[in-house]
Design a protein around this ligand. Structure first.
Ligand code: SAM
Length: 278
């Protein structure tokens, strides 16, 4: 019988964030696939768990992935971990999950620490609708294209960034979205020096120009505001009503629709449309 792949999230700073279920799953695994075996060994030592480790990371995943799949098909249970946080989220793992799914191997993701969700929830920005943008490309052109494509994004946007690239990224974000756009810089989450700076993109550029950023950051950016509805005259409203009637709507329905679209009062719009007919 085929084994199973478990995705086990590991702490993003505070070791106590390892859950009971994650610990048990690590204890019961036949082997652990790790992004950096040295990092994972430290965690296993802390948990007093001894398990065989294999490495699975960006530059060996093409050879390592199929070997892991074969072992699972032969009946072994594998736990995949990354250096910190949830495997497969801006981390190696996405491809291994796909390989296992294609091979009909059951995959179980255990919930736990994840920098994007931790940052979003503490950001103070709207959390109802959000999009995760991961790391921006280091290629200037594709980076600018990416940001241009996000200019009208209304959802809260979340970016990962390395500290030495943070200032350049903030400048690019300010160019793309404007200096007044709100941003929350979530630094060293769950660690001793955890800090959340809630400011604007313009002020963030000034802040980190004066003091070089240190530690790990998640950048949470407010979405674009809805474009203000242009003030519209009653005459223009009446013309819209006429256009809707020509498309087949009754006068009543056309007035209702245009009133909703423009914010013009229904009665006045109806009167203006009537006068238009005379
Ligand atoms: N898979 C991990 C997750 O989703 O939690 C993320 C791995 S990604 C390679 C590393 C990035 O996550 C960092 O560059 C940083 O943007 C963010 N990150 C990880 N730990 C963090 C922490 N403690 N505080 C702030 N950001 C963190």
């Amino acid at each position: 019988m085929a084994g199973m792949l478990y995705l086990v999230p590991t702490p993003i700073g505070n070791l106590s964030d390892i859950s009971v279920r994650c610990r048990k799953t690590l204890e019961q695994a036949d082997f652990i696939a790790a992004e950096d075996t040295r990092v994972t060994l430290k965690l296993l030592n802390y948990l007093e768990i001894k398990k065989p480790l294999v490495s699975y990371y960006e530059h060996n995943k093409l050879e390592s992935g199929p070997k892991i799949v074969r072992r699972i098909q032969e009946g072994e249970t594998c736990v995949l971990v990354s250096d910190a946080g949830s495997p497969a989220i801006s981390d190696p793992g996405e491809d291994l999950v796909r390989l296992c799914a294609e091979a009909g191997i059951p995959v179980c993701a255990i919930p736990g620490p994840c920098a994007v969700i931790t940052a979003l929830s503490i950001s103070g920005l709207p959390t109802g609708r959000f999009c995760f943008e991961g790391f921006l490309s280091i290629n200037k052109k594709s980076r600018q294209e990416h940001l241009a494509g996000l200019q009208n994004e209304r959802r809260t946007m979340i970016f990962y960034e390395a500290p030495h690239k943070l200032l350049a990224t903030l400048k690019d974000l300010a160019n793309a979205f404007g200096t007044d756009r709100r941003v929350s810089l979530c630094r060293e989450l769950t660690k001793l020096h955890e800090e959340v700076v809630r400011t604007t993109l313009g002020e963030a550029v000034v802040r980190y120009t004066e003091n070089a950023p240190r530690g790990e950051f998640v950048v949470v950016v407010e979405g674009a505001q809805e474009a203000p509805v242009e003030a519209i005259t009653l005459d223009a409203g009446a013309a819209l009503v006429r256009a809707e009637m020509e498309k087949g709507l009754s006068k009543k329905d056309a007035v209702k629709l245009v009133a909703k679209q423009t914010g013009l009062p229904r009665n006045a719009l109806y009167e203006a449309a009537l006068q238009d007919e005379n």
